[in-house]
Design a protein around this ligand. Sequence first.
Ligand code: TXA
Ligand code: MG
Length: 315
Amino acid sequence: MTGKDIGLAASLLRSGKLAAIPTETVYGLAGNAFDENAVLSIFKAKGRPAFDPLIVHSDSIGKIRAFVKEIPDALEAFAEKFWPGPLTLILEKEEIIPDLVTSGLDTVAVRIPAHPLTLELLRSLDFPLAAPSANPFGYISPTSARHVEESLGDRVDYILDGGDCVIGIESTIIRHDSGGLTVLRLGGMPLEELRSIEPGIKVMTSSSNPAAPGMLESHYAPSIKLVAGDLEKLMEEYRHMKIAVLNLDKDISGENIVASLSLSPRGDLDEAAKNLFAYMRRLDRSGADMILADLMPEKGLGAAINDRLKRASAK
Ligand code: TXA
Ligand code: MG
């Protein structure tokens, strides 16, 4: 069932059931983070491997302090400046967070999402919500209630409809350790913003990332093949195929092109991020044999979009 009933979502969650929740990034598949059985149903519903830890959502730094050991000064500055917002911090967990949530790691990923419905829901609960993106494992993340219905509708008790996600790409994940500050996943909080607080922040490359095991996998992938790169070269290489093309701002047509979408005709990378996953879904259903995607300029949300396109083409 889909609707805007926060009270219903809250009572389902209190009784150990799952609800899909809107956030500014993507929809999450939420359950009581303190309840091992609820967390287990999240993994089952998504078909997610147990080695891929979940993000825990709360509505206040005060509540978060109760389930983490501490918020190091280096990360607190980010929390103060960017929460609620598309930024996830890796913190040392307290016992109350079940090992299942963190896949056995002694750290937990935490964020305060910026969505009025979900913040109101979280305020009414006395537990935080563990929530991965509400898509079957490996498929394109959902940015509307309808996307959740389409792929997980029969496996979630309630979908809280908060409209289209305004950012449209998952949160940026950062960690602080002896090696300093590191971005583990590029996302909705642009690197440039983070560097305004800490110019030295490093970015972990996607090739080897033991700290976030789930990020080694091919992800965000449509069911048909996707190849990302220099679109002109790709169109030449695949000229004998029935293709769908995705690019930033050009209107592209051709004999073998069955569908063409530009993420932002005015070349705005924020708008492009917001449209990315919905457009990938559309092209997945376009009847093409494959999708060719142009890479974006590596600035602002362009870097996170490129990260998602490359992972989608990893298969
Ligand atoms: O925007 C988002 O972050 C969305 C919304 C729902 O909040 N959530 C989301 O969750 O993208 P998910 O499960 O699709 O991605 C969580 C990522 C995974 O790549 C996982 O490996 C990483 O967070 N992660 C979770 N706990 C971690 C930890 N303790 N250390 C390092 N990485 C962790
Ligand atoms: Mg995900």
